[in-house]
Design a binder for this molecule. Sequence first.
Ligand SMILES: *[C@@H]1O[C@H](CO)[C@@H](O)[C@H](O)[C@H]1NC(C)=O
Ligand SMILES: *[C@@H]1O[C@H](CO)[C@@H](O)[C@H](O)[C@H]1NC(C)=O
Ligand SMILES: [Zn+2]
Length: 492
Amino acid sequence: MMNSITLVCLLMCTGVSSFRFEELTQYVNSHEEEFIETLRQWIAVESDSSDVTKRSDLHRMMDMTAEKLRLIGGSVEMVDVGTQTLPNGSSIALPKVVTARFGEDPSKRTVCVYGHVDVQPAKKEDGWATDPYELTDIDGNLYGRGASDNKAPVLAWIHTVEVYKALNIDLPVNVKFIIEGMEETGSNGLDDMIVAQKDSFFSDVDYIIISDCVWLSKRPALTYGTRGNCYFFAEVEGPKKDLHSGVYGGTVMEPMTDLIGILDKLISPSGKILIPGIREAVAHLSDEEWKMYQDIEFDLESYKREIGLSQLMYSNKVDLLAHRWRHPTVSIHGIEGAFSSPGTKTVIPAKVIAKFSIRQVPNMDPAMVEKQVTDYLHSVFAKRKSPNKLNVTMVIGAKPWLADPKHPLYEAGKAAVKRVFAVEPDLIREGGTIPIARSFQDVTGKSIIMLPIGGFDDGLHSQNEKISRYNYMEGTKLFIAFLHEVSQMEKH
Ligand SMILES: *[C@@H]1O[C@H](CO)[C@@H](O)[C@H](O)[C@H]1NC(C)=O
Ligand SMILES: *[C@@H]1O[C@H](CO)[C@@H](O)[C@H](O)[C@H]1NC(C)=O
Ligand SMILES: [Zn+2]
């Protein structure tokens, strides 16, 4: 009788490599504390890309990332992506982009993992229960700024390669990394770098993997779409200086009144966008999509509790998810120039600037949206017959990203989730914007998958951000399994 050792040997001798998943996951289990220690060192670096006084920390973070990748045998480069101009006109160096390569076997597929190691600002005084830059383990949750967004997922990918190397098991695919340090402030320099390296670094890449988002519930998820964003400034300018409402009130048409009047015409109380042409551009919800949404694990009651509201815009799951992910919306963010400190000042502001944005979905086109919004606001404003001046400008026009969830890459993702978690993943979209996904797609033409490992309650960008030990470790196993599944995909 043939025992399993003979079988393994037979498979190896004939060139069919077996997948030593047990051995690989055992290694993860026995190195949990070591992996957490590395995360602790990374969290301790205040790599806040929005704060220029922390720039040396950010450079150090990029150095540490490069060092870690070198240590496990990668061919690492630190790519200079230029400088950033500050509001006062001076300029400072952008953090370098770290690239790494493991394996160059032309008979294997090549994946490229994207991630970032910069973080959002965080201060203990903001309401953190623990020091945001000291990783703190409470009941199996690892608290710290950047834990889930995006340091632990980046490390989980690095550990994935590390585990294969440590056990002397050939990587089933070639693996590349592209790790940046400006994601939280708009990925300055990265778009140009992707364009410049399209025919070099990216030439042999088959698939791009992004693990910079989270699950929707306790169930693992694969993400196949993100919304884009068109961000507007609407400025109304009137008298040449601020006026006293007691002295001038009643004699002038006030810029603030005009501005609020036109803002109120953007969206109805029930969420209907009133700008002509916007709703017409939105791709129809297919029956198949409806069915997919129906199957997703999502609890409206806990969603309400989480945000502290008794009523949502939609009371059923499918409508709510559809409006969170695949319909546009208008949000008004603030008014600049308005009197905003406490007290009862009686000023009539001479100039006010509203900031609002419209989340983009297929098949909206930002250039078209810019025209639709500008034309509409001017026509609404004209009806007011105000002598004040309106100026509408679009300052950001980020497109949405959408993948085909039936692509074999997603089948590989599903198989990996099933192997590690013994459940089917939810196929989800993100309401937010990850512009880099769209850039990768447009510039390189490669297929992209978003493979999150963060928990739904990780609190990205918020106080008390965390990742659980479970998600960090099982996430690493998920990546290990995913690389295997990618190597098994049919060439096409
Ligand atoms: C500009 O601002 C930066 C950061 O606040 C500061 O370090 C620098 O000295 C300033 N430069 C000038 C010319 O004021
Ligand atoms: C309109 O506003 C934009 C952005 O605030 C500004 O750059 C532009 O100069 C303004 N145009 C006019 C005509 O005031
Ligand atoms: Zn992120």
